[in-house]
Ligand binder design. Structure first.
Ligand code: IMP
Ligand code: MG
Length: 187
C-alpha cells in the first residue's frame, strides 16, 4: 500500500510548528506553577496525545509521573464520536488520591473526554483536570471543562502533530487542514 504524500491533500497549515511549540511551552510553565508541590500525575490519551505530551513535559519543571490509556468509540465512523466509549488500554497504576491531569489532542464533540472523566472520577483521584491542545468549540455537544487549552480552532478536520488521517500522518510537526476531495482513504 502506498500512502499519498500529504502535500496532495493539505489545504492549509492552520498552526505551524513554531506556534505550537511556543504555546506548549507556555502551558508547561502554567502547569508547573499550578501544580507546584502537588505530585502531578499526567494521563495521556493514546494515540493522538503522544506528541503533545512529549513536548509538554519538556516544559514542566516540577516532579511528575505519567501513565497512558486508550479508548475507542463503539461502532462509530472514524471521524465521529458516538458518546459510547470503552477503555481499550487501561492505566497501569491506581489514581486514587492522585492529582491527575488528562492530556488530550483535541476536544471535538466532547463525548470522549466526558466519558473518560466519568470513568476516572469513580477511581477517586484527589483532583482531575483536562489539558487539551485543540478545542473545536463550535462542535461541542456535551459540556466539558478544559482547564488548559492550547488553541481554539474552527470546525475543520485537522491532521498532524499526533492527529491522524486513517492512522497516518501523526508525525507531522504542524496542524493542517484537509482537502477531502483530494484525499484518498486507504482501503
Ligand atoms: P470527541 O469525542 O468528538 O470530542 O472527539 C475526540 C476524538 O476524536 C479525538 O481524541 C480525536 O482522536 C478525534 N478527532 C476529532 N476531531 C479530529 C480532527 O479534526 N482530526 C483528527 N482527529 C479528530
Ligand atoms: Mg483519531
Amino acid at each position: 500500500m502506498t500512502m499519498q504524500d500529504y502535500h496532495e491533500f493539505l489545504k492549509e497549515i492552520l498552526i505551524d510548528g513554531k506556534t505550537l511549540q511556543k504555546r506548549i511551552s507556555e502551558l508547561g510553565v502554567e502547569i508547573s506553577r499550578d501544580y507546584k508541590e502537588r505530585d502531578l500525575h499526567l494521563i495521556c490519551i493514546l494515540r493522538g496525545g503522544v506528541l503533545f505530551l512529549a513536548d509538554l513535559i519538556r516544559h514542566i519543571t516540577i516532579p511528575h509521573t505519567m501513565d497512558f490509556m486508550a479508548v475507542s468509540s463503539y461502532g462509530s465512523g472514524a471521524r465521529q464520536s458516538t458518546g459510547h466509549i470503552r477503555i481499550t488500554y487501561d492505566l497501569q497504576s491506581a489514581i486514587e488520591d492522585r492529582e491527575v491531569l488528562l492530556v488530550e489532542d483535541i476536544v471535538d464533540s466532547g463525548y470522549t473526554i466526558a466519558s473518560v472523566l466519568e470513568m476516572l472520577e469513580i477511581r477517586r483521584p484527589r483532583s482531575l483536570r483536562v489539558c487539551a491542545l485543540l478545542n473545536k468549540a463550535e462542535r461541542r455537544e456535551v459540556m466539558v471543562p478544559i482547564d488548559y487549552c492550547g488553541f481554539t480552532i474552527p470546525d475543520k478536520f485537522v491532521f498532524g502533530y499526533g492527529l491522524d488521517m486513517d492512522e497516518y500522518y501523526r508525525n507531522l510537526p504542524f496542524i493542517g487542514t484537509v482537502d477531502l476531495s483530494r484525499y484518498q482513504s486507504p482501503s
